[in-house]
Design a protein around this ligand. Structure first.
Ligand code: NDP
Ligand code: 2IT
Length: 446
């Protein structure tokens, strides 16, 4: 790392204490950018990076709500409006007890680069709450969402900031949030994406992140003369992203043998297919949050407290959460012959682990490139809302495939142009950066 980026990173650490995930996300990006800053000192003198690590605006608010026993609870709500150089802030909302400022800043920072890669006009943002949806009744979730939106509505809008789902926020929560926004503003606009299909949502949005990740993996494999057919996959998580990925892998002839949850992982040697994929939806909706339910239902092996990276597979798709592949996991995957790691989750691989992958020369794609299909179809949902015209499933899917291929090819060509062929991390970081940086320069001191 150059002295300039070392200093920048030291400053980020000092000014944002107790935010290790944010430091990690910034480090991964600035390590890739040294070469760009060397070739283009104008980015340095315009202090583009210094500006990009500082959110344009952070909103933190109180979310009081009442449970079914009339007990009052107070959670903390957040929205990080990170960068609007290329479009309105865009990014999901996460409801999970682990949510804090640092985690949402890392997610918002990643989102800026990801959204830039999609080729669509979207800035970057992220939000959420430390609310734990686990075990809550529908009416409790509704009251929480209404209270959350009662503050958030004044900060967002179809041309300002467009939230969507993430961990703990799916179609149900988006519905409650949208209903409250509509009441408060008295307008029906595309202020959220991931909406219900009969009230402005886009076909394929629920599947988009998982599908997109698999389309991306297909391109990676193709670049080495390989195919998804007959390949075995380890998938982690069992939420929205994992579900879409498992569906698409099956459609393309691959076999998924693992899923994981906070309680451990399951190994299904016959493959997760057919009704077993539908069971994933039931597990997610049950608010139980245990993947062991799958092992009980289909009589397969369950490994409590472990992650699925010790299983022998061709491809690994981490789809649960940040920092779930550590250095030892990475070594284990490579030892077992894994040829490709493609991230469905955001930053699931630690910096030490991703260095193991790049040194071993296997195919490795960072989430900001490979999981961009979710936000890309969110962007297409915004387009359809603006036109007031829904597209057919085939049309959305075709565009998603084109976008994922374009992101893949951009990563490859950019990595090559900057002297690190095959390095998708550099390709994604540099290509994502250049578009936003140039827009910031065009717009003056913003
Ligand atoms: P879901 O809430 O649908 O599922 C998340 C899954 O991961 C749940 O099973 C959850 O269980 C599990 N999980 C969370 N933390 C852990 C943990 N520490 N160990 C093991 N499992 C865990 O979320 P999504 O599928 O939407 O999101 C998954 C990942 O994909 C996240 O990193 C998200 O940021 C990313 N992503 C999501 C997109 C989307 O459109 N939804 C788009 C792009 C990326 P539990 O709740 O009990 O912890
Ligand atoms: O991490 C992500 O890209 C998302 N959670 C989806 C964001 C969106 O606006 O669809």
């Amino acid at each position: 790392m150059s002295e300039y980026t070392q200093n920048l990173l030291a400053k980020v650490r000092a000014q944002n204490p107790n935010e290790p995930e944010f430091h990690q996300a910034v480090q991964e990006v600035v390590e890739s950018l040294d070469i760009v800053l060397e070739m283009h000192p104008e980015y340095r003198s315009a202090r583009i990076l210094e500006r990009m690590v500082e959110p344009e605006r952070i909103i933190i608010f109180r979310v009081p709500w009442m449970d079914d026993q009339s007990e009052v609870h107070v959670n903390r709500g957040f929205r990080i409006e990170m960068n609007s150089a290329i479009g309105p802030y865009k990014g999901g909302l996460r409801f999970h007890p682990s949510v804090n400022l640092g985690i949402l800043k890392f997610l918002a920072f990643e989102q800026v680069f990801k959204n830039s890669l999609t080729t669509l006009p979207m800035g970057g943002g992220k939000g959420g709450s430390d609310f734990d949806p686990k075990g809550k009744s529908d009416s409790e979730v509704m009251r929480f969402c209404q209270s959350f939106m009662t503050e958030l509505f004044r900060h967002i809008g179809a041309n300002t900031d467009v939230p969507a789902g993430d961990i703990g926020v799916g179609a149900k929560e988006i519905g409650y949030l949208f209903g409250q926004y509509k009441r408060l503003r008295n307008e029906f606009t595309g202020v959220l994406t991931g909406k219900g299909l009969n009230w402005g949502g886009s076909l394929i949005r629920p599947e988009a992140t998982g599908y997109g990740t698999v389309y991306f993996a297909r391109e990676m494999l193709k670049s080495k003369g390989m195919d998804i057919e007959e390949k075995s996959f380890a998938v982690s998580g069992f939420g929205n992203v994992a579900w879409g990925a498992v569906k698409k892998i099956n459609q393309l002839g691959g076999k998924v043998v693992t899923l994981s949850g906070p309680d451990g992982f399951i190994y299904d040697k016959d493959g997760i297919k057919g009704e077993k994929i539908d069971f994933m939806l039931k597990m997610r909706a049950s608010a139980n949050d245990t993947v062991k339910d799958y092992a009980d239902e289909f009589k397969v092996e369950f490994f409590p407290g472990l992650r699925p990276w010790s299983v022998k597979v061709d491809v690994a798709l981490p789809c649960a959460t940040q920092n779930e592949i550590f250095e030892d996991d990475a070594k284990e995957l490579i030892k077992n012959g894994c040829v490709c790691v493609c991230e469905g989750a955001n930053m699931p691989t630690t910096i030490e682990a991703y260095k193991v992958f790049t040194q071993a020369g296997i195919l490795y794609a960072p989430g900001k490139a490979s999981n961009a299909g979710g936000v890309a179809v969110s962007g297409l949902e915004m387009t359809q809302n603006s036109m007031r015209l829904p597209w057919l499933k085939e049309e959305v899917d075709e565009r998603l495939q084109q976008i994922m291929k374009k992101i893949h090819d951009t990563c490859v060509s950019t990595a090559e142009r900057f002297g690190t062929p095959g390095n998708y991390v550099n390709g994604a970081n540099i290509a994502g950066f250049l578009k936003v940086a140039d827009a910031m320069i065009d717009q003056g001191l913003v």
